[in-house]
Design a binder for this molecule. Sequence first.
Ligand SMILES: *Cc1c(COP(=O)(O)O)cnc(C)c1O
Length: 361
Amino acid sequence: MTEPASARLMIDLDALAHNLAALRAEAMGAEVAPVLKSDAYGLGAAAVGRRLWAEGARSIFVARLAEGEALRAALGSDRPATIHVLDGLTDGAEARFQAAELTPVLSSLGQIAAAQQAGLPWPVAINIDTGMSRQGLTLEEARAAVQAIDRLRGLRIGLVMSHLGSAAEPENPRNARQLAAFLEARSLFPNARASLSASAGIFLGADYRFDLVRPGISLFGGGPRETPDERLRAMATLTAPILDLRNLRPGDVVGYGEAVRIAAPTRVAVVGAGYTDGVIRAARDGGYAWFAGARRRLLIVNMDILVIELGDTPAALGDPVELLGPNAALDDLAAAGGTVAHEVLVRLSRRAERVYIGEAQ
Ligand SMILES: *Cc1c(COP(=O)(O)O)cnc(C)c1O
């Protein structure tokens, strides 16, 4: 066996294609427009974007203007995707939107006025706050915007969108409230396409799908209910080698502080990855790794090393331990660490060697 010298992050673009197909099946004809903000949740927007284009994705969302410019450059002129920038049109940025052919998602009356001034030759998107109190026009502002746009002309609204705050909980009445507000907003822009749902919303049923859906996390393997979902495949797999094997005795204390005190004889493996590589430190409470066909309890997670309980299973130095992947689910690591899968992904490995599988030419 070739021993992995260090932690390795495998990014499986075939799994991405699988997840795109699964989301398309669920979206029942709505266009699936991937969200590749924050460098495709840390997985690499260039490689992810090119593969998604090869799979037929034609509309993409990013958060920042600079992310849109970088993605445009990575896709090149052969892949003329519509790239939406969720931050919208910031003052003085008109020329950059023009140059990179980016579509701003306008979230305020000020941004709408700026877009009108800029005279972008392509349609823009407009964002409505239906109850998340974050970005977007209120319904009153949207009504005012319609009048202003009618009066001034020149601005074409291609997409009207909003975002759900509790879609991972299908029973939460907030979903229906936001849907009702969105239906009202949408009626103000009868010629625009409509988009309400991210990953979780796609699974709320036909009422929530509209013309276009905007998944991020479920493309990358995170379940729509924040628990592992068998329809989706893990896209990121983090493995690291066993550095040492030790037999601990009752009374031994593991790592910093005294939180982990050994009660019975315990065989452990010291593994060459830590929170630098993206393993959440807090996940030692309830988190696990995968080795030799079974889950192994995480005892501690330090910056560069972590310790897992092994039991009496055979193991050798250099054997790879799976810390995240098909057998060590993203949603489980997030839950054990008290966070969401999105945060786990964007924090993944600034250090581990990256290997891509299934890159588009
Ligand atoms: C991040 C984001 C998404 C994608 O959300 P996921 O939960 O990752 O699917 C969609 N729309 C907007 C406006 C977002 O900010």
